[in-house]
Design a protein around this ligand. Structure first.
Ligand code: SF4
Length: 374
């Protein structure tokens, strides 16, 4: 299907949810109840989350990978634990050490190396932490560290060293809400962490309802990797939570490679889009995963087929343990320049870096014309 045909299809399908939303119709009815239309969910998400792989030995066994990887994987996982749901493992090609989805989750020997310009707080979260569980970095919006839990552990995670246990978000919530109430310049609340969709539907409902009582808050943004990492989490109950939100709502997903977008993920994203949610994607540019113009082009187009617009392509945050994922700036700029030649503007993500203390994301500038070889 051509992109303009896809856009038209999405536009037509978007007509459905407005009615469905008004009538509070559950996801299964929006999509139809037939097995071929409803995302396949053999186990509920809580079971899939609880049964996520955490032992490097088991991961190597399931993917037929060399046992020589075990010792470094175990050593690296003591610094940042392994966690990967079965549905993600199923998207990895067994025996392929270069698989882009494997590289994102396999604890590796390189994580044990250190580099002077990589730190445990690469984007200045500690300085922006105005209260435990609350970051106020940018004008007009604040970020709530709702939980430290995630469906998946990404080895390059910029918060892999964040002291979530010190925040105790639940007990801090009354103070956080008081802070937001007292500052009427805050118009947007960002739910982050960790992954806010790791919270139960009941806890999310309670949190969102409390936010909605603050009249100067106009928008709610949810940063989540869960629709991609564990799509079963998007159950009817969660769709009801999302449909009931009265604020303008933006879901920013995190997807780095088109192989992450299997049929279940695409169906889940389409269903979210049909509920009237604005869906954006942010990717991290990762060496050996997606530092390739063909891959990034395909990613933007495939995301759009499910109603998701490419938003940011982030240069790696220099977090300790992720040095081996770094793509040099000149190459990043050249890749982005190549994307600009291939994609319409609305599919081109902004190439940015988050800099400690800066008042906004910093665009990378450049005039490179050729994509260097890898
Ligand atoms: S899902 Fe996000 S917060 Fe969680 S480990 Fe991955 S990058 Fe970090």
């Amino acid at each position: 299907m051509r992109i303009d045909e896809t856009a038209e299809l999405i536009r037509k399908e978007t007509m459905i949810p407005k009615t469905a939303r008004l009538l509070q119709i559950p996801l299964s009815q929006i999509l139809g109840t037939s097995a071929e239309k409803t995302p396949k969910r053999d186990k509920n998400w809580q079971t899939q989350h609880a049964e996520a792989l955490r032992e490097p030995e088991e991961l190597l066994r399931q993917l037929a990978l060399p046992t020589s990887l075990l010792a470094p994987a175990e050593a690296a996982s003591t610094r940042f634990s392994l966690r990967v749901p079965d549905s993600w493992v199923a998207r990895i090609k067994a025996g392929n050490l270069s698989d882009p989805l494997l590289r994102q989750i396999l604890p590796a020997a390189e994580e044990l190396e250190s580099s002077s310009d990589f730190s445990t707080d690469p984007v200045g979260d500690r300085a922006a932490r105005v209260l435990p569980g609350l970051l106020h970095k940018y004008q007009g919006r604040v970020l709530l560290m709702t939980t430290g839990a995630c469906a998946i552990h990404c080895r390059y995670c910029f918060r892999r060293h964040y002291p979530y246990a010190d925040d105790n978000f639940l007990t801090q919530l009354p103070g956080i809400l008081d802070y937001i109430r007292a500052d009427n310049s805050i118009h947007e609340i960002i739910l982050s962490g960790g992954d806010p969709l790791s919270l139960s539907n009941e806890r999310l409902t309670d949190l969102i309802q409390q936010i909605q009582t603050i009249t100067h808050v106009k928008r709610l943004r949810i940063h989540t990797r869960t629709p991609v990492a564990l799509p079963a989490r998007l159950d009817d109950g969660l769709f009801e939570v999302l449909q009931a939100i009265k604020l303008q709502t933006i879901i920013v997903i995190h997807c780095n490679h088109p192989n992450e977008l299997d049929e279940q993920v695409l169906e889940t994203l389409s269903a979210m889009q049909q509920c009237g949610l604005t869906l954006l994607n942010q990717s991290v540019l990762l060496k050996g995963v997606n530092d390739d113009a063909d891959i990034l082009t395909h990613l933007s187009e495939r995301l759009f087929s499910a109603g998701v617009l490419a938003y940011y392509l982030h240069q790696l945050d220099k977090v300790e343990g992720a040095q081996h994922f770094e793509v040099q700036d000149a190459r990043a700029i050249a890749l982005h320049d190549a994307l600009r030649q291939r994609l319409p503007g609305y599919l081109l993500p902004r190439l940015v870096r988050e800099q400690r203390g800066a008042g906004a994301k910093t665009p990378l500038q450049g005039v490179c014309r050729n994509v260097p070889s890898k």
